[in-house]
Ligand binder design. Structure first.
Ligand code: SF4
Length: 324
């Protein structure tokens, strides 16, 4: 067991100032991922900054969109009427995530920052470039069933685990983050980093920055949005493949569409190639099949996960068929 410091803070300014002057500090809210990582020796913060008392849990909507505080809990967001009415894909993604107990505890900011479920990453006895840069990636030649077929590198092929991040990618959400230099906004499409040669760099957060809110634009496509998650068991499991669709249909004509996928990419995977096969066209079996092929055109499956290439195309077709 490694000793660590602990401070509970009352406002966001105090939180980021403390993070800025405390080497090895980490924010903690629900702790549903972080505490497991600490117990397993995967991550070893020197100091925990408890942000649960900050006033960052509100969920509000206005004419332009939805604003979810970074400390709103998964359950509260999934059940909120504004969310289920205007952005159903968010609610569906959250309800497909974790257990009710975890959804009661886990914050939205923490959900977006959860670490990969790669078994080698979670086993502190294994080499892993993401956990110990330069130590190697056993998944490349080892057990790769749960790993990415898109966006990988010679250093890492781990998938991002968050269902919510996939839904927010399809909705073109924008994150508000706060650090010592003030507040800034980051479109979710620019937030997550592909592994390249630095798989330990997972997102655009600077040291000591805190996610304070998520803003989601209002749109016709968002109102008609859907999440499908395929997993090995229905109770509590991470996605083998998932699909988030936001679509503006006029009759059977696709006026606008945004597609994002989980379980197949090293980041929540937006496919503009697939969208381009649908936008401005009739939603038919032929256009859906073309979109699926465009999605996986650059896929590089490994030994154990080749099935995902076919499965994700079928999942996309299933969701689009249900929205017609
Ligand atoms: Fe580590 Fe990534 Fe390789 Fe998994 S896939 S062992 S997280 S480097």
């Amino acid at each position: 067991m490694k000793n660590f410091g602990y401070t509970s803070v009352r406002d966001a300014g105090e939180a980021v100032r403390l993070a800025g002057r405390t080497p090895g500090a980490a924010f903690v809210a629900g702790g549903t991922d972080l505490l497991n990582l600490m117990k397993d020796g995967v991550t070893r913060p020197e100091h925990l900054i408890d942000v649960n008392r900050l006033d960052l849990a509100r969920i509000t909507e206005n004419a332009t969109g939805l604003r979810i505080g970074g400390l709103a809990r998964m359950r509260g967001v999934s059940e909120h009427q504004a969310v289920t009415r205007g952005w159903p894909v968010i609610s569906e993604a959250l309800l497909a995530s974790a257990s009710p107990q975890v959804r009661n505890m886990a914050s939205i900011g923490g959900n977006l920052l959860q670490r990969t479920r790669c078994g080698y990453f979670r086993d502190s006895a294994s080499p892993c470039n993401k956990r110990v840069p330069g130590s190697g990636c056993p998944a490349l030649e080892g057990w790769s069933r749960g790993h990415a077929v898109l966006g990988g590198s010679d250093a890492c092929i781990a998938v991002h685990a968050s269902d919510l991040a996939v839904a927010l990618t399809a909705l073109e959400a924008v994150l508000t983050v706060r650090g010592q230099a003030g507040e800034r906004k980051i479109p979710i499409g620019d937030f997550y980093r592909r592994p390249g040669t630095t798989p330990h760099v997972e997102n655009a957060l600077r040291p000591g920055e805190l996610i304070t809110a998520v803003e989601v634009p209002r749109s016709q496509a968002a109102r008609k949005s859907k999440y499908l998650k395929l997993r090995d068991r229905a109770t509590f499991e991470f996605a083998v493949v998932s699909v988030a669709v936001a679509i503006d249909l006029r009759g059977r004509s696709v006026r606008d569409v945004r597609l994002a996928f989980g379980g197949i990419g090293t980041v929540p995977w937006r496919s503009r190639e697939a969208e381009n096969e649908l936008r401005g066209r009739e939603l038919s079996a032929e256009t859906v099949a073309r979109a699926g092929k465009a999605l996986v055109r650059d896929a590089k499956p490994r030994h154990d996960n080749e099935f995902k290439v076919e499965l994700v195309q079928r999942a996309l077709a299933e969701v689009l068929e249900g929205l017609r």
